[in-house]
Structures are given as structure tokens and as C-alpha cells.
Design a protein around this ligand. Structure first.
Ligand SMILES: Cc1cc2nc3c(=O)[nH]c(=O)nc-3n(C[C@H](O)[C@H](O)[C@H](O)COP(=O)(O)OP(=O)(O)OC[C@H]3O[C@@H](n4cnc5c(N)ncnc54)[C@H](O)[C@@H]3O)c2cc1C
Length: 510
């Protein structure tokens, strides 16, 4: 059933099959398993899919980012400002071109993951897991066999599944959800994306970069509300310029598959037609088949579990939950971190407390990344602040790269001068954000950017420009003020002499 393990026996060897059983091999399950393996504990990872890696490796993060990179390369996107909008590295781009690199990357990711499991003596099992009691699960394999396994601790890392309302005529080819989208057989000439969340925005802008006619429909009047509005305005302007037809505040009345095209009727009476429709409006916690009642657990209406924010324990203390199944922020990056922290807590191993600020990356075209508070959040909280802005076209690197758009916005406390938020849209945003994140978590101030030298020419120089922009409008702290030489001279004189001079000055004034 399982691979052999050379883990050191513990007291619990006689009570349970494993010290820790992890259900789900996505980023949080993976990092928890490797951490447990490094602590030489008996750990088992179970996944219902025959290949490990989770949503992140197979249908989410890695495939969508590989697709993005392929689109940008083949379409010559980054070179268009020099060679014109019609410039393409490859004249005709087909679905097979997009998939070729995808399969190579995925194979490599799974290979690295399986090697990590082996090296750290992590046992693995493929099958659908469900609780029989709080300390026992049953795993049903595809071959129809079932196995019962006991463990002292459990980690639920089952992630999410796509939300598929009955009103949408999914057919797996021209009306698809986010997981099926990557299986497309040919690149459509027109695409409707329903839902302007992170996934919808990413795919809509990627396909627009391929010159596909894209309509992005969002029932609400705004989108990506957790991002600073200045950034969203800049982003919306750019994607509209790139050809995305954005329909905000457009609730959908019906979606019809006519056989020749997909017809979307909006509540305002307007119609949108396209060759393909991607429904990207939300995901649900993948908890339905876990038999949670047997473990004494309940979920919310979207199938998500709630946990203690520091330890990741559920209401049943020996059962932990991490990753997308616990909801916001639902990122691979945060899932990796949560899994490791949960494993350390479950295996009674101390670990460093998590830093308060983490970045959010949106790999749209152009990409966006944020860390910390937005201007709207500062206003809501009544925190006095100053803003520093840099446009990428102000940097020499930007000129060299032919960058016409992109900006970095920094928010600074007027009281403490500390960096409270960094928001970036444009080339390299998801990499550049880490400079701001480091300064924020190390409690740095605007002065860091003014005092330090940055490589030149770089896009990172935008930090320096934004820092100076704000610095020049902020009150200068006393320690930075230039001291006048006359005063210095007076101070250096012996006290009696200075006093005498003061009396003299007074007399002279009389
Ligand atoms: C299109 C898309 C793009 C994304 N892009 C990014 C990005 O750029 N950056 C980023 O940080 N995040 C991104 N994400 C989010 C990221 O993929 C998730 O946050 C991450 O995968 C969550 O990890 P997880 O540990 O919760 O497990 P998941 O990756 O969700 O995997 C869960 C695993 O559990 C298994 N499982 C479920 N139920 C059972 C059961 N009963 N028994 C056994 N196994 C079970 C599933 O088969 C699955 O393999 C993206 C997501 C999507 C969909």
C-alpha cells in the first residue's frame, strides 16, 4: 500500500499507523509533508489524483503561468513597442504551441515533487480519502480497493473545485470552467470570460495578448476590490487599450450554446457572442467527499473550514487545515507557508512567527502586485499618509525595454515614515514587490529608498523615484536637518565664554 519509511519510531508508533496524515498534495500538503519528513516523523500524503501536485501544478498556478509565458514569447508581446502591434515571433499560434511547453513544465514539476517526497521519506498513496472517525480514514483507490489508516494528527489540504452553476451549459469544449480551459483544442477567435476575479482577469488578458477578441463580464460595478483604485484605473485603461471589452455591472440573464456560437444575454438586454466561454466565477472548498461529520467538523456554505489563524487547527484540535480549503487569500504562496507552520505545530516543533505582510501577485497582462494597505484602506482607518509615485517610463531601464506603461505607488505613514503599502502594475511587478515587502516587514521607512543606492538601469529604481517623490513632500526629521556652522561654533565655546557673549549681544542690542 505505502512506500517504506526509515523514520525514527516514536511513542505513537504503537497507537497509530502515522504521526501525520495529509489529505491533498497541493502546495500546503506538499510543504507540510516535507517538513514532517525533515523532522523524521512518519508521514503519509494521499491524493485522489494519480499525479501529485494538486490544483497548483495541474490546473492552476503553474499551467496558467506557463501559458502566460508562452503567450508573451510567441506573440512577441514584450517587443511590440519597438516593432509594432502586428509583430509576432510566430506567425500563426496554435493550441498545440501553447500546450507543448505546458506539458514539459508540468512533468518537471511533478518529477521534482516526487523526488522531494522520496528524499524526505514521505509515504504516498493515491485514492479518495474520507474520515471514518476523528483518528481514522478510509482511502478508496481507483482500482476499487479500500484501505483504513489511523493517525495521531491529520492535515486537510484538499483545496477547491470549480463552481459550476446549473444555469451554465458546460460542454467541456466551448463552454468550460477554469480547470477545463487548458484542454482547449484550438485557440478561439473570440472569447467571453465570466467573472473578473483573479483567474478571469488573468486568462482574459492573456488571450487578448494573442489578439483573441475578449469580452470580460462582471456583474458587480467594480473588480479586484482588494487592490488600490489608482492601480485598477491604470490597469483598466491598459487592458481596454489592448482590446479587452470590459463589461462591469453586467449581470447575466442567460447563456446559450447555439451549436455555432455561445450567446450571452445580459440583464440590461444586450447580447454578447463568442466562439468560446470561460466561466471563472468562483471556487468551492473540496470537502464534500471527506466525511467531515465523522470527524466532528462542519464547513461554511462554500465548503470551507475555519481554523485558528496562528496554528491552523480546526475546531477538532488534532485535525489541521491549510491552503484554499480555509479560504482567503487562496494563493499557492501562502499555502506553502501555512502547510509548513501547521506541520511544525502538529509535530510540536517550534517555528518562527509568520511576518504580517505578504505579497499578492496577479499574472495578468500587464501584471500587478501589491503588499500591505491600499490608499482606500488607509483612508478608512484614518491613518495620515503620503504617496510616492514612479512611472516605469521615468526609468532608463524602462526606455531600454520599450516600456510605455507601468507604475509603482508607495504609501507612507506621515507619523512614523514607515512604508504601509506598495502597489505595482507593469512589467516585473510580481518580482519587484519583494523589495517593498522586505522593507515593510523589517519596519523600514521612506528614508531607506532615499539613502540607498540602486542598480542602474533597473526597474527597481522606481522605488527610489517613488521614495524621493514622497520624501520631498514629507516633513524632514530633525536628525536630517543640516546644522548651521555658526551655532556649532557657539556651542563649542566654553560655557562661561558663551554666556558672556550672550550678555554682550544683549547689551549691544540695547
Ligand atoms: C487558474 C489558477 C491560477 C492560479 N494562479 C496562482 C498564482 O499565480 N499564484 C498563486 O500563489 N496562486 C495561484 N492560484 C491558487 C493556487 O493554485 C492555490 O492557492 C493552491 O493550489 C492551493 O493549494 P492547496 O494546498 O490548497 O491544494 P490544491 O493545490 O488545491 O490541491 C488539493 C489536492 O487535494 C486533492 N484532494 C481533494 N479532495 C481529496 C480527497 N478527499 N482525498 C484525496 N485527495 C483529495 C486534490 O486532488 C488536489 O490534488 C491559482 C489558482 C488557479 C485555479
Amino acid at each position: 500500500m505505502t512506500a517504506s519509511t526509515s523514520a525514527t519510531p516514536t511513542m505513537t508508533d504503537f497507537d497509530y499507523d502515522y504521526d501525520l496524515v495529509i489529505i491533498g498534495s497541493g502546495p500546503s500538503g506538499r510543504s507540510a509533508a516535507i517538513q514532517a519528513g525533515k523532522l523524521k516523523r512518519r508521514v503519509l500524503v494521499i491524493d485522489r489524483k494519480d499525479r501529485f501536485g494538486g490544483v497548483s501544478v495541474h490546473t492552476g498556478t503553474i499551467p496558467s503561468k506557463t501559458l502566460r509565458e508562452t503567450v508573451l514569447n510567441l506573440s512577441g508581446w514584450r517587443e511590440r513597442s519597438f516593432y509594432g502591434r502586428s509583430y509576432r515571433v510566430k506567425d500563426e499560434i496554435h493550441a498545440e504551441d501553447l500546450k507543448a511547453r505546458l506539458h514539459m513544465t508540468l512533468d518537471h514539476e511533478v518529477d521534482v515533487l516526487e523526488h522531494q517526497f522520496n528524499r524526505n521519506h514521505v509515504d504516498t498513496l493515491n485514492g479518495l480519502a474520507k474520515f471514518i472517525s476523528p483518528n481514522e480514514i478510509e482511502v478508496a483507490t481507483e482500482a476499487g480497493e479500500t484501505t483504513r489508516i489511523t493517525a495521531e494528527k491529520f492535515l486537510i489540504a484538499t483545496g477547491t473545485r470549480t463552481y459550476r452553476p446549473d444555469s451554465v451549459p458546460f460542454n467541456g469544449k466551448t463552454v468550460v470552467d477554469g480547470d477545463e480551459f487548458l484542454e482547449m483544442r484550438q485557440i478561439p477567435r473570440s472569447l467571453v470570460v465570466v467573472g473578473a476575479g483573479v483567474i478571469g482577469v488573468e486568462y482574459a488578458t492573456m488571450f487578448s495578448a494573442l489578439d483573441v477578441r475578449v469580452t470580460l463580464i462582471e456583474p458587480r460595478d467594480s473588480f479586484l476590490d482588494f487592490i488600490d483604485r489608482t492601480l485598477i484605473q491604470e490597469f483598466t485603461h491598459q487592458i481596454r487599450e489592448n482590446g479587452v471589452d470590459m463589461r462591469l455591472g453586467s449581470a447575466i440573464e442567460s447563456i446559450e450554446d447555439t451549436g455555432s456560437h455561445i450567446e450571452v444575454t445580459l440583464e440590461n438586454g444586450r447580447h454578447v457572442r463568442a466562439e468560446m466561454l470561460l466561466f471563472a466565477a468562483g471556487r468551492m472548498g473540496a470537502t464534500q467527499s471527506l466525511g467531515l461529520e465523522a470527524a466532528g467538523l462542519e464547513t461554511d456554505h462554500r465548503g470551507r473550514l475555519s481554523v485558528d489563524g496562528k496554528t491552523y487547527q480546526t475546531s477538532v484540535p488534532h485535525i489541521y487545515a491549510t491552503g484554499d480549503v480555509i479560504g482567503h487569500p487562496s494563493l499557492a504562496s501562502t499555502s506553502l507557508q501555512q502547510g509548513r507552520v501547521a506541520a511544525c505545530h502538529a509535530l510540536e516543533t517550534p517555528t518562527l512567527p509568520e511576518s504580517p505582510w505578504y505579497p499578492y501577485g496577479i499574472y495578468s497582462v500587464p501584471e500587478m502586485s501589491t503588499c500591505g494597505m491600499s490608499e482606500e484602506e488607509l483612508q478608512e482607518r484614518g491613518i495620515p499618509y503620503e504617496v510616492g509615485i514612479a512611472r516605469f517610463r521615468e526609468t532608463s531601464r524602462g526606455h531600454i525595454m520599450g516600456i510605455e506603461h507601468g507604475m509603482l505607488k508607495m504609501l507612507l505613514s506621515l507619523k512614523t515614515r514607515r512604508v504601509l503599502g506598495v502597489q505595482i502594475v507593469g512589467e516585473g511587478a510580481t518580482e519587484l514587490i519583494h523589495i517593498g515587502q522586505a522593507v515593510m516587514n523589517l519596519k523600514g521607512t521612506v528614508d531607506y529608498f532615499v539613502q540607498n543606492t540602486f542598480n542602474y538601469p533597473t526597474l527597481a529604481e522606481a522605488y527610489k523615484i517613488a521614495g524621493l517623490d514622497a520624501f520631498n513632500r514629507m516633513p524632514i526629521p530633525d536628525e536630517f536637518k543640516v546644522k548651521k556652522p555658526a551655532k556649532t561654533a557657539a556651542k563649542s565655546k566654553p560655557k562661561a565664554k558663551a554666556e558672556a557673549e550672550k550678555t554682550d549681544d544683549k547689551k549691544a542690542a540695547e
